[in-house]
Design a protein around this ligand. Structure first.
Ligand SMILES: Nc1ncnc2c1ncn2[C@@H]1O[C@H](COP(=O)(O)OP(=O)(O)OP(=O)(O)O)[C@@H](O)[C@H]1O
Length: 795
């Protein structure tokens, strides 16, 4: 399509192959025309004097020995007879004039634009002069020629002499007004100028008069310019000698410059094309958009088909939520009675039935303290004989108290139902996520880009992995592979493996790494650091593009206002998902925490978002720095109130019933949501559907990161090795355990020295690279091999 447009556009730029005369030919043609016109001119002029002598010869043109008096002999006589006698009389002189002009235009390769106009005017002149001469000099017919004479005769027969005179006068006015641009104002101005010029003449005479006159005029000037009186006697020598010439010249030049009015009119102005430099960039962008349309990042996978809804299961929840009326009544009575036992009167009670819990909204009687009801949480739970009762006192924004009571038969919220909901389908969000349904059975959709990072925590088996799958599924259903990339970290090695199938569509990975899904802790550190580099690169691009965030940047890029040659590219969102953060932070500590915190603090504007899940919501996993940068948090069921506080800064997560029952907060409000359920076979079907389609040649490549601990980067000189190097190597190989503390213990060395030796062992290829808190791998199986290796080194 774009190509077609281009072709269409390209055509007009190709100049039509018009009849073109080369410069040399122009000179030849021009000089020919000029010389011919000169010949005509002379023959016409001489015809005026010789026509009578040559008249008899006109019939004997072929007779060679008869010579004509005309300057151009017989040819001149014949041509002149045709134009002067039979034609327009002396007005025929216009013809050589026009021909000369055409020749000159050609000769000088001037654009022949106004030439046609000149010809028309020339012919009009010729006719007018011919008729005028025919009228005024009828007794000398040669002046007006046959045309002038005949036209006069004809006109006079119909309009009479006066009529012809008036006609000629009109012709003259027409020529004066249209050709010479005469107007009464113009004539008036012209006369005024002439009078002014006449007035200025005496001045001229005065200034250029005698020497004594000059001196006096100069004195007057001096007095006007410098009012200081100079004593010509005392300062005689200070006064510079006066040169008469320039002074008089200067005065002369004051006179009005004489402008030749006619030459001004004849002058043609050639207007240079205005080049609008400043707007060029935008114009190019607009032109590109006009030619090719806006940049479409999805074009490379233009045929990509989004997964269809049938890949998801109903999970038996076809008929929506069913609630047992008896259960409802029963619960209501229990609540009312329990509260009555504690002398709390209820003015009103209302139930909202959700998929897993029913919210009973209570308006207590006047004078009841809210804290009193809140303290009865456990008692109410006991009397209702139900787990997972949560009391919200008061419900924010309402003057009521909420008691959430789990339904006996929870309804599964299928992923299918939330994906199909209008709310999700019509969500105008950058990264829409359908989490599930709220207590009032509304689909809960939020924008990950606005969160901007998400922390998910919950005890094992409470629905975290399903929650992560719900997040990923939502995005897969809404986003094209060009728009979003995932980095999946799965230390458990089993949860996210299914997404391997969409590696070349949706995943990002480090260059040279085989598996896109990261299960290795060292690689996580590399990836996090690489993401930091990507973040810095992206900020640089944003700075160059003078925009504040990825949305504006991509918009500008789509409008073709950013040149890919300057390093600009369409930036997909990058979502880093870490399924088990506790494991990472325990093994790598600061090495993980620092880049994660850095990304969490800075990456929001450039489209990098983090989703971190953990089953150990303790303070040493969810540290202050991490928490501060993850305002959006999800808590599945946790074991204790403390854990709930660690995640949400509020209790309640300990009261959840599990199986996807969750609390979501993005600041102050806590919303209870039943997480949408998406089963492994469904994820399998979706990834299979996407994976079977045409993909990019590679997974999205992250910038290369050369870690400080990467073996190849350490290159110790053999001569610089520690004195205890060999001993340490033997200890390590014998124990088959590559740890610095072992060397410390066995060789009684300090920590730093042992660390240095380990680095040297790594450089020598005896131990493997750093692997977090785990001991390094020993690459040499036994002492004999070690001997061999060290000998080879020396050799
Ligand atoms: N939204 C949900 N609706 C219904 N059932 C759910 C939901 N989420 C989870 N479950 C049930 O809970 C089980 C455990 O869920 P999941 O595997 O997500 O837990 P987890 O928190 O990831 O556990 P772990 O931390 O051990 O991986 C699921 O197999 C499923 O039966």
């Amino acid at each position: 399509m774009a190509k077609k447009v281009r072709k269409k556009r390209a055509k007009p730029t190709k100049k039509p192959s018009s009849f073109k005369i080369s410069k040399q030919n122009k000179i030849i043609l021009g000089s020919l025309l000029m010389l011919f016109s000169i010949a005509l001119f002379f023959s016409f002029v001489s015809f005026y004097f010789t026509w009578q002598d040559d008249q008899s010869l006109l019939t004997e043109f072929k007779v060679r020995n008869e010579a004509a008096q005309n300057l151009l002999n017989k040819f001149g006589a014949a041509v002149s007879h045709f134009f002067m006698y039979k034609g327009f009389g002396v007005a025929s002189l216009v013809i050589p004039g026009l021909l000369f002009m055409s020749g000159l235009y050609r000769f000088l390769s001037m654009p022949a634009k106004g030439l046609v106009k000149k010809y028309i005017w020339g012919l009009l002149f010729m006719i007018w002069i011919s008729v005028a001469l025919g009228f005024f000099a009828a007794e000398r017919p040669l002046l007006g020629g046959l045309v002038g004479y005949e036209i006069n005769d004809f006109l006079q027969d119909y309009a009479g002499k006066l009529g012809v005179f008036l006609l000629l006068l009109f012709g003259l006015i027409f020529i004066l007004v249209r050709f010479f641009q005469f107007s009464p104002d113009g004539i008036f101005e012209f006369l005024k100028k002439k009078v002014a010029a006449f007035d200025s003449k005496p001045k001229k005479v005065n200034s250029s008069g005698t020497t004594s006159d000059e001196d006096s005029s100069f004195e007057v000037q001096l007095e006007e310019d410098t009012p200081v009186v100079i004593d010509t006697y005392t300062h005689k020598n200070d006064i510079p000698p006066i040169e008469k010439e320039p002074a008089s010249e200067g005065v002369l030049e004051i006179t009005e410059p004489t402008v030749d009015e006619e030459s001004i009119e004849d002058l043609k102005i050639e207007v240079e094309k205005i080049v609008e430099e400043k707007e060029e960039k935008d114009n190019i962008a607009d032109k590109l958009v006009d030619d090719f349309g806006e940049f479409d990042p999805t074009l490379e996978l233009g045929n990509y088909k989004f997964p269809h809804i049938d890949l998801l299961d109903q999970h038996g929840a076809t008929g929506g939520i069913t609630i047992n009326q008896e259960e409802l009544e029963e619960n209501k009575n229990k609540i009312v009675n329990t509260l009555k036992n504690y002398k709390i009167g209820i003015a009103q009670i209302k139930a909202t039935i959700g998929p897993t819990v029913t919210l009973y909204e209570i308006v207590p009687e006047a004078g009841v303290r809210i804290s009193k009801i809140k303290n009865l949480e456990d008692d109410i739970a006991l009397s209702l004989a139900a787990l997972g009762i949560r009391i919200i006192a008061p419900i924010p924004g309402k003057g009521t108290i909420g008691i959430e009571v789990p339904n006996k038969n929870a309804t599964i919220v299928s992923m299918r139902s939330v994906i199909a909901s209008t709310k999700f389908q019509k969500a105008e969000m950058q990264l829409p996520i359908a989490f599930g349904k709220t207590i009032s059975n509304e689909t809960f959709v939020v924008d990950l880009a606005k969160m901007p990072h998400l922390l998910m925590a919950g005890a094992t088996g409470q629905g975290k992995s399903v929650g992560l799958n719900a997040v990923l599924t939502s995005l897969l259903y809404k986003k094209h592979p060009a728009e979003v990339k995932f980095i999946l970290v799965d230390p458990k090695k089993v949860e996210l493996t299914l997404y391997n199938k969409i590696e070349r569509h949706f995943l990002a990975k480090l260059p040279g790494v085989e598996e896109a899904i990261i299960t290795d802790n060292t690689k996580v550190i590399h990836t996090l650091n690489s993401l930091c580099i990507e973040m810095d690169n992206r900020y640089e691009l944003l700075k160059l593009a003078m925009v504040r965030n990825i949305k504006e940047y991509n918009h500008k890029f789509k409008k073709r206002k950013l040149n890919p040659h300057d390093g600009h590219r369409f930036l997909p969102y990058i979502i880093l998902v870490i399924d088990e953060f506790a494991d990472l932070i325990m093994t790598a500590g600061k090495e993980v925490e620092t880049p994660v915190a850095r990304l969490a603090q800075l990456a929001r504007a450039i489209g990098i978002h983090l989703i971190i899940a953990t089953q150990r919501p303790s303070v040493n996993v969810i540290t202050g720095i991490i928490k501060a940068n993850f305002p959006a948090r999800i808590a599945f069921r946790v074991a204790s109130k403390i854990d709930s506080r660690t995640i949400l800064d509020a209790q309640g997560a300990d009261q959840l019933i599990g199986r996807g029952d969750m609390l979501y907060t993005q600041g102050n409000d806590v919303t209870r949501i039943q997480c949408a359920f998406v089963d492994t076979p469904e994820v399998d079907k979706i990834t299979e559907f996407i994976g079977s389609q045409r993909a990019y040649p590679e997974a999205y490549e992250l910038p290369e990161y050369v870690g400080e601990d990467s073996g190849t980067s350490i290159d110790y000189n053999i001569s610089e090795r520690d004195a205890k190097f060999r001993e340490a190597a033997e200890v390590i190989v014998t124990a088959q355990q590559g740890s610095a503390s072992l060397i410390q213990r066995k060789l009684k060395l300090g920590y730093n020295r042992a660390g240095r030796i380990v680095d040297q062992l790594e450089a020598a290829g005896i131990v493997g690279p750093f692997e977090g808190s785990k001991a390094r791998q020993v690459l040499v199986p036994d002492l004999t091999s070690l001997d061999l290796l060290l000998q080879n080194e020396k050799g």
